[in-house]
Each structure stands twice: as structure tokens, then as C-alpha cells.
Design a protein around this ligand. Structure first.
Ligand code: ADP
Ligand code: ZN
Length: 612
């Protein structure tokens, strides 16, 4: 099945098609002029003058450039003539003298020429072309033509998008620089000892610029960019998807070094276990083919597969194994500074009035992504154009932002101001506990830039060093930190939200381990009720696998002890936060303003108050 292959080269075929028809059009114009003009003899003005003087011109029409008319030739036959008009003030007198019917004509001939010489032939050609493409589309539903027109591979020879067109996302840019270096000269890169990358998975919410990123990578490296959407692989006919994957890779090898970009890879890469009830053979075959192709090709060939998804958790783990999409780059939603830069990038394309405050615009658009901002700038420009203004003013941007946010609110994609405040306090609760408690890992970053669908904010803690032994105190500090978010919510808002669910289950896991695995509980003593079942001790897997060894009474005791420890940690978290309420407020308001707070900034706020 070579249909898809042809489709990729379809661009060439298409241009051949066009060239052929343009030639045909010229030929037809030539024919038209040949036949229509043939009956008209072109005569010099002097001859025209002498014909008039010999009374052989019957009538004529004078336009601003030509004189058309009818004369009688030597054999007495009527003939059409045309002559170029010369500036001759005597002409009218002469015509009148010889009783020639004449009329003036203002309309110039370019319009008729345009209609008959160009528009009609082209219209005709487009009609034929339309008929033919319709026919082709008609057959694509048939067994032999499938995919012919539905399978779209976009081949972009060296896109002119550069990293400078992608605002913000500095971390992702750095990570991707290596890929650029590699693509620029695959052999040199390998000679220097770099391991050739193969697959890069870009993870991020829709509209954060994943496609833009992939394109910019190709643009920076100066290599072709082939893109296809994952959902386009899947069709009704079994086997089509797999053959498309094969053809895609064949084509990519020919174009190497190049980038193949698969958007929405989750459409094919969904974990095979996820919905085994409605198993989709077609998808599975396509996925298997993709895996086989990725394993099969020699990475020194210089083909990089980039894929994008906003749901990495549902991907088949096989896709993420070494040698496949083993690099994952997270493209976060932009923070305040990022949004400001994105505004700037898109404003380059329009005329911005001096009253526009980009910083303020960024503040007005929390939670929005690059695609939203591109829309806003576009909308603002349209609004200004509609008002016939000389530039795009702040009012237009404000209006455009309102519209964009109203549109997103309908789709439930915008968090409200109250929610944001709650998230800020929650994260600061974690951060302050972590800062105060010696056993907790130090805070690296606090953020309320929403990430993915579930997490509205996060506090990133980095362990100081790898440790295999932990004291009970350290573990309790960790639990207290985990509960700090919920505690802060309770102190500030008097109620708790559902946002702390993940914190609670992680805290419970640790406490359960304290009680049942490490013999650290006073009541249960040294009895190890559960075996550590491989992996890290914090994972919840395998808990109570040895449940048969435990009596009902012990189980109850375990539950009681867990509840007791959890509770005391929670009380401790609340105490810490009450003691540091001022710092909590200050940190939260700072976080609301900046959206991201790093280690040093946290330290500054925490120590600033200590000095008072
Ligand atoms: P995704 O693939 O993540 O859904 P896209 O790459 O299709 O997002 O982004 C859509 C558009 O949004 C881009 O074409 C670009 O105009 C704009 N955009 C997104 N992110 C950025 C960014 N970081 N800088 C500049 N423009 C961006
Ligand atoms: Zn939390």
C-alpha cells in the first residue's frame, strides 16, 4: 500500500498539476485571441486615414486607445479593422466630411480582456479541477483509495520559527537545545560521545505551545519538519494506521536529518490496559507498529520523533521505555513573566499604542496559555480595526481579555479569584511548615500556576541528599508538612477544600508505614505487621498484603494509631501556622502577585520577619 507515500509527496504532484493547468490556460488564451482577433485586421493609422478618404470606412468606434470599425476591402467584402489611435485633431472633421458613422467609447478594454482572457478560462479550469478532486475524494471511502485524501502529513521544509518566537519556557528551551545540537550535525555529535536522542515527549496543557516548540526546534536546527496528528492514524480500516506509521518513517528516513512531530499521541498511545473491554485492534496495531519503527531505526540517522500530549499518565508505559520517548519535557503554563513575554512576541505583529501596559495585561490573564494570549492580541487588533483606530490601545486589549476569559469560563477552564487565593494559602502552608521543620525537605519552589488538570498549585521540595535511613521525627515532620496545606486553609478560611486529597493520602501512607512497618509506634511496639513490599517505602502498593497475619483487634488498633498520629501532626501544623500567621499572609500575598516564589525569596520573607 503506497497510497500514503504518495500523499506525502502529494505536494510535488499537486504543483505539477497546477503547472500543467497554467500552461493549458495560456494555451487557451492564445487560442481565444487567435480566433477572435483573426477576423480583425490591424491596420496602420495612415491606411485608416486613406480608407476614410476613399469612403471605404463604413463605421467606427473610437475608444481612448484604439479605433475599431468596419471597412470594405478591394473585393467589396466587409472587414473588421483595428488601428491604434493617434492624436489627430483633424480626425472628427474628416470622418464627418466622409459621412462615417462614428461613436466614442470610454470603456477601456482591459475589463473585457480580463474577463474573457483570464477569469473565464481560469474559472473553467477550477471547475474541472474541483470536479476531479471531488472524484478523488469520492473514491477515498472505497477500499482501495482509503487515506488518500484524509491522511494529512504536513511537510514543512525548514520552518522559519525560531526559539525567539517561543516566549518564556526557558527550562524547556534549555533541555531541547541538546536536540538542536544533535540535529545540526548528527555525526559530529556522536563522535563527541553524545548518546543520540530518539524520542522526545512534550507534556503540557493544550495551547502552551508544544507544537510551536517542536517547530522551533526544527527551525533552529534548520531541518525539515513533518507533522501529523495521532488521531489521524486511526481509521475504520484495520491495518491502515500501521501502514501509515510505516510510510511515515520511510519518508522521514529519506528526509533525515529531520523532525517528525506526532500531535495528540495519546490517541494511539493510550495504555493498552486502560480500556481493555473495548479493545481497539486498530489502535493497538498502530501503536505496535510505532514501537517497532522506533526500535528499528538507527538513531544515528538523525530522525527525531517529537510527540505531544496533555495526558502523559494514560500513555502506554511501553512508549516511555529507553530508546523510545525516554525524554520528557514539561512545557508549563506560563507564569506572570512568561505571559508578559508571550504578549510581547505577539504584539510585534501589530501596531501597539503607547498606553499599553504589558505587565498589567499579564496580571490580568492568570491561568491563560500562549494560544489564549495569541487570540487576545488578535482580537484586540480586530477591535481596533473595527473602530478605525490608528493603533491598538489598552482598552482594546482589556475588552479582548474579557471576551477570552468569558469564553473560557463557559468551558470551566478559569479558576476564580477566591480559588486562587485558597490555593496560594494552601501552598504557603506547606512551604512554611517545610521551612520551619528540620526534618522536612527544603522548599525549592512554590507555584500557583496551574499544572495539568488536577493540581492547581504545587510546592516543590528537593531532598538535600539521598537518604536511606529516616528517623521517626523526620517522617513526622514530612507528614506535618503535607498537612500544612489543609491546616492553612482551615486557619484562614475556616473551611477545607477538596484540593488536599493527594496530600492526605500521601500523609496517611507515611503514617501507616510508621505504625506497621517500622515498629515505631508505642502501642504496637516492635511488631512488624506488614512487610515492606519492594520499591520505595512511601508507596502505597502492597500494603496489607500480609493481612492474614493480623487480627481484627490489631487492625483496629492500627487504624486508631494512624488517626492519632495524623491528628497530632495536623494540630502541630496548625500551631506552626498560627505562630507564623503574619509570614503566612505576607508569603501568600507575594505568591498571588508573582505566582512563583523560589527558595531565596521564601528565605527572605521568612527571615525578614525574624529580625523584627
Ligand atoms: P499546543 O501544541 O501546546 O496545543 P500550540 O503550539 O499549537 O499549542 O500553540 C498555539 C499557538 O499559541 C501558537 O501558534 C502560538 O501562536 C501561541 N503560543 C503558544 N505558546 C506560546 C509561547 N510560549 N510563545 C509565543 N506564542 C505561543
Ligand atoms: Zn497540598
Amino acid at each position: 500500500m503506497d497510497n500514503e507515500n504518495r500523499q506525502i509527496k502529494g505536494f510535488n504532484n499537486f504543483s505539477k498539476f497546477i503547472v500543467f493547468y497554467i500552461l493549458l490556460a495560456f494555451f487557451m488564451i492564445y487560442l481565444y485571441q487567435y480566433f477572435f482577433k483573426a477576423q480583425t485586421t490591424e491596420i496602420p493609422y495612415s491606411q485608416f486615414k486613406s480608407l476614410v478618404e476613399h469612403d471605404r470606412v463604413k463605421s467606427c468606434t473610437i475608444s481612448d486607445k484604439y479605433i475599431h470599425g468596419i471597412y470594405i476591402d478591394k473585393d467589396g467584402r466587409k472587414r473588421q479593422f483595428v488601428t491604434v489611435l493617434v492624436n489627430d485633431p483633424e480626425l472628427v472633421k474628416v470622418l464627418e466630411k466622409h459621412h462615417v458613422k462614428f461613436s466614442g467609447k470610454v470603456t477601456n478594454t482591459w475589463l473585457t480582456n480580463l474577463i474573457f482572457g483570464w477569469i473565464l478560462p481560469f474559472g473553467f479550469l477550477f471547475f474541472i479541477w474541483w470536479l476531479m478532486t471531488r472524484k478523488m475524494r469520492g473514491t477515498s471511502g472505497g477500499l482501495f483509495g482509503f487515506g488518500k485524501s484524509r491522511f494529512r502529513v504536513y511537510l514543512n521544509e525548514k520552518p522559519d520559527v525560531k526559539f525567539s518566537d517561543v516566549a518564556g519556557a526557558e527550562e524547556a528551551k534549555q533541555e531541547i537545545q541538546e536536540i538542536v545540537d544533535y540535529l545540526k550535525d548528527p555525526e559530529r555529535y556522536q563522535r563527541l560521545g553524545g548518546r543520540a536522542p530518539k524520542g522526545v515527549l512534550l507534556v503540557g496543557a493544550p495551547g502552551v505551545g508544544k507544537t510551536l516548540f517542536a517547530k522551533a526546534t526544527a527551525g533552529e536546527a534548520g531541518v525539515p519538519f513533518i507533522s501529523i496528528s495521532g488521531s489521524e492514524f486511526i481509521e475504520m480500516f484495520v491495518g491502515v494506521g500501521a501502514s501509515r506509521v510505516r510510510d511515515l518513517f520511510n519518508e522521514a528516513k529519506k528526509l533525515s536529518p529531520c523532525i517528525v512531530f506526532i500531535d495528540e499521541i495519546d490517541a494511539i498511545g493510550k495504555s493498552r490496559a486502560v480500556n481493555s473491554l473495548t479493545s481497539n485492534d486498530e489502535r493497538e496495531q498502530t501503536l505496535n507498529q510505532l514501537l517497532a519503527e522506533m526500535d528499528g531505526f538507527d538513531s544515528s540517522k538523525g530522525v527525531i520523533i517529537m510527540a505531544a500530549t496533555n495526558r502523559p499518565e494514560i500513555l502506554d508505559p511501553a512508549l516511555l521505555r529507553p530508546g523510545r520517548f525516554d525524554r520528557q519535557i514539561i512545557v508549563d503554563k506560563p507564569d506572570l513573566k512568561g505571559r508578559e513575554e508571550i504578549f510581547k512576541v505577539h504584539m510585534k505583529k501589530i501596531k501597539v499604542a503607547p498606553d499599553v501596559d504589558v505587565k498589567k495585561l499579564a496580571q490580568m490573564t492568570p491561568g491563560l496559555v500562549g494560544a489564549d494570549i495569541a487570540n487576545i492580541v488578535n482580537e484586540a487588533a480586530l477591535l481596533a480595526a473595527r473602530e478605525n483606530r490608528d493603533a491598538v490601545y489598552m482598552e482594546h486589549f482589556e475588552e479582548a481579555i474579557e471576551r477570552q476569559i468569558a469564553g473560557l469560563k463557559k468551558k470551566n477552564k478559569v479558576i476564580s479569584k477566591e480559588e486562587k487565593e485558597r490555593v496560594a494559602y494552601h501552598e504557603c502552608g506547606h512551604a512554611i511548615c517545610a521551612y520551619v521543620l528540620p526534618g522536612a525537605d527544603p522548599v525549592h519552589k512554590i507555584s500557583i500556576v496551574p499544572r495539568g488538570l488536577s493540581a492547581l498549585g504545587y510546592t516543590q521540595q528537593l531532598p538535600t541528599d539521598e537518604r536511606y535511613l529516616m528517623t521517626k521525627e523526620e517522617m513526622l515532620d514530612k507528614v506535618t508538612t503535607l498537612l500544612g496545606g489543609r491546616a492553612a486553609e482551615e486557619i484562614v478560611f475556616g473551611s477545607v477544600s477538596t484540593g488536599a486529597q493527594n496530600d492526605l493520602s500521601r500523609a496517611t501512607d507515611i503514617v501507616r508505614a510508621i505504625v506497621t512497618q517500622f515498629g515505631m509506634d508505642e502501642k504496637l511496639g516492635l511488631v512488624v505487621v506488614e512487610q515492606q513490599s519492594g520499591g520505595h517505602f512511601l508507596t502505597s502498593e502492597g500494603i496489607l498484603t500480609k493481612g492474614d497475619r493480623v487480627s481484627e483487634k490489631t487492625k483496629q488498633l492500627i487504624d486508631e494509631e494512624i488517626a492519632k498520629i495524623m491528628n497530632s501532626c495536623y494540630v502541630r501544623a496548625k500551631d506552626i501556622l498560627r505562630e507564623n500567621k503574619e509570614k503566612l499572609d505576607k508569603l501568600a500575598s507575594e505568591l498571588l502577585k508573582k505566582e512563583v516564589i523560589n527558595e531565596e525569596e521564601l528565605k527572605k520573607i521568612m527571615e525578614d520577619r525574624n529580625g523584627d
